[in-house]
Design a protein around this ligand. Structure first.
Ligand code: SF4
Length: 231
């Protein structure tokens, strides 16, 4: 699997926010979000191919049972099922989170499917001359795939990056097409890669969460470390 980075940090987002975790970041993505905070794994993918055994060896350097497979888009990596199995074989109590935009499904041994369907605020109409916009727009939401993850995963969360109140209509329209979720499975996360931007959106998003029973999703890693790679 092409690996952009592997590091030990604190999970900053979602139901496991605050939990020390090892992050394995696959390099390469089928989408091109305009606000992507890991362009080195999407717009300009970096890193070398690393074998599954070697990835597990590097993960094992940290005494940490929580492992987060992220990207980029880990689900387009051919090695991802083997990596999930190898992590479970390495340590019985290994907890694997897969962070995905949920546009591609394959069966995996995982503990938490962190699903982050991309709203229209992500489409790069003007970036790079708009050359990825049509493909991004075609692929960014795949309802049957999201439903497969919900149905097949022992636990899941639906995490939405929100930049304006207009996004709420899209979230509602998507949720009405999905089964098997409860409001606390839905997380609203402000869009932004600096504390000031996050704060400017936090209050009204928190109000929406109070009204709808959704969870407000902070970005603890930005508060702790800023938008610094590998932290
Ligand atoms: S899906 Fe994730 S990694 Fe891919 S472009 Fe969007 S934010 Fe970046």
């Amino acid at each position: 699997m092409r690996l952009a980075e592997l590091f030990h940090s604190i999970q900053g987002e979602g139901k496991l926010a605050g939990v020390p975790s090892v992050f394995v970041r696959a390099s390469g993505c089928n989408l091109r979000c305009v606000w992507c905070d890991t362009p080195y794994a999407s717009w300009e993918p970096e890193g070398d191919d690393v074998a599954v055994d070697e990835i597990v060896r590097r993960v094992a350097r940290f005494d940490c049972r929580h492992v987060v497979l992220t990207g980029g888009e880990p689900m387009i990596m051919p090695d991802i099922p083997a990596l999930c199995d190898a992590l479970r074989a390495w340590r019985d109590d290994c907890h694997v989170t897969v962070e995905t935009a949920a546009t591609v499904y394959k069966p995996l041994t995982l503990d938490l499917a962190s699903l982050s369907p991309k709203l229209s605020n992500s489409t790069p109409w003007d970036r790079d001359g708009g050359r990825f916009a049509q493909a991004h727009e075609r692929q960014r939401i795949n309802v049957p795939v999201i439903q497969q993850f919900i149905d097949a995963s022992p636990a899941f969360q639906l995490k939405f990056v929100v930049s304006s109140e207009q996004d709420l209509g899209e979230i509602h329209a998507l949720l009405t097409q999905l089964r098997g979720w409860e409001p606390p499975d839905v997380l609203l996360m402000p869009e932004g890669i600096d504390a000031a931007t996050l704060q400017s959106r936090a209050e009204w998003i928190a109000d929406v969460c109070k009204r709808m029973g959704f969870r407000f999703c902070p970005r603890l890693h930005v508060e702790l470390y800023g938008n610094t790679r590998g932290t």
